[in-house]
Design a protein around this ligand. Structure first.
Ligand SMILES: Cc1cc2nc3c(=O)[nH]c(=O)nc-3n(C[C@H](O)[C@H](O)[C@H](O)COP(=O)(O)OP(=O)(O)OC[C@H]3O[C@@H](n4cnc5c(N)ncnc54)[C@H](O)[C@@H]3O)c2cc1C
Ligand code: SF4
Length: 329
């Protein structure tokens, strides 16, 4: 942190909203993304706001209807160490367990993971490296090195918990001066790598609420070095059996500037037997829904293949969990 950054720790949600209303102020969760960005001159916000003294943002609780709420300021490790929550939502625990390292999970917050900045190999570099390039969209310029024909930034959103929360049907409480509201987790993401969160100045995430009946689900992730790296691809799939059909949610991450729901594959899997051909087709269809660029660690083809492979593997696992045999009875 430079000497110009002020750290403020309010104890009321209204004060957080008021301070964030001033231009350039940002929430400081655990700082595991903000601090590296500050070190490389990618974050210049004059004020950082801590949430840990705000009660609503620092609790895990369950309401009368059995819905769990997770305060955004809780660390990933604190959530992982909550036995009832993790027993009810093993998919979420699987996603948290593979974020970075134990040390980072002990510091990083759940809100910071959902609001993690987008990344790109043309920008997340030391200043000396970047000084050889004119600014791109995300640095205030008028071009993109990863996608020269694109009119917007395509930096990668790499959160591991975002696909999990979306597949689980979580809702987020957005605190705001004018309009505090609940939104679906998917609606937090705009798909634009430069302004990737649908939050106005002064708005922030206070709580994440999970549905009372946890669906069956699987989370999986592909990364280059196990035990530390960001995902090159990740996914979460949930299924709720209905009388003659199923409600399926399939979400892939790290393929663009926000998580992507695979609605065509979801429709295919909603009815009929999950035989091998159907699972293969549902997994293959992902290649039509994702358009990664050459700005991650792995190339475009590798990332697409990783997503397809992860999907097939996750669907096979889910079929077993559902007790289905993959053939007509
Ligand atoms: C070596 C390394 C490996 C990593 N590997 C992974 C990985 O595998 N998977 C992964 O998902 N991440 C990974 N990360 C990124 C990061 O550590 C995590 O995403 C972490 O959860 C971020 O949380 P934080 O609280 O530290 O965020 P911070 O750095 O505090 O904040 C991140 C951003 O979110 C905003 N923010 C924080 N809380 C809120 C809120 N409540 N409302 C609105 N905005 C908010 C901040 O203003 C900031 O812009 C890695 C980081 C490092 C350094
Ligand atoms: S995707 Fe393009 S605009 Fe965005 S950070 Fe990378 S090079 Fe810059």
């Amino acid at each position: 942190m430079t000497t110009h950054t002020k750290m403020i720790e309010p104890s009321a949600a209204e004060d957080v909203t008021r301070i964030l209303g001033k231009p350039g102020s940002k929430i400081f969760g655990g700082g595991t993304d903000l601090v590296p960005n500050r070190t490389w001159g990618l974050d210049t916000s004059p004020t950082w706001v801590q949430l840990r003294r705000v009660p609503e943002a620092s609790l895990i609780s369950s309401d009368g209807e059995g819905r769990w709420s997770i305060g955004a300021a809780l660390t990933l490790q604190a959530v992982l160490e909550h036995p009832q929550l993790c027993a009810s939502y093993p998919l979420l625990a699987d996603a948290i367990r593979v974020v970075a390292t134990y040390e980072i999970r002990n510091q990083a917050t759940i809100g910071g993971n959902l609001c993690l900045d987008t990344r790109c190999r043309f920008r997340n570099q030391p200043p000396i490296w970047r000084s050889g390039l004119d600014p791109c969209f995300k640095s205030g310029g008028t071009r993109c090195y990863a996608a020269p024909r694109s009119s917007q930034c395509v930096a990668i959103f790499s959160s591991d918990t975002a696909p999990a929360f979306i597949a689980l049907g979580a809702q987020l409480k957005v605190q705001s001066q004018n309009n505090p509201r609940w939104i679906e987790a998917l609606d937090l993401y705009t798909g634009d790598g430069d302004h990737h969160l649908a939050l106005e100045t002064g708005e922030w995430i206070e709580t994440i609420r999970l549905p009372s009946s946890p669906p069956l689900g699987v989370f999986d992730k592909w990364r280059i070095r196990e035990g530390i790296d960001f995902p090159e691809a990740n996914l979460a799939i949930t299924v709720v059996p209905r009388e003659n059909s199923r409600e399926v949610r399939m979400v892939v991450g790290a393929m663009g500037s926000g998580p992507i729901r695979l609605r065509t594959s979801e429709r295919l899997l909603a009815e009929g037997v999950w035989d091998d051909d159907k699972l293969f087709l549902a997994a293959h269809m992902v290649t039509g829904s994702i358009h990664p660029y050459d700005n991650g660690q792995m190339g475009v083809v590798g990332r697409k293949r990783a997503a397809e492979h992860l999907l097939y593997r996750a669907l096979e696992k889910l079929r077993t969990m559902m007790g289905e045999k993959g053939e007509e009875a």
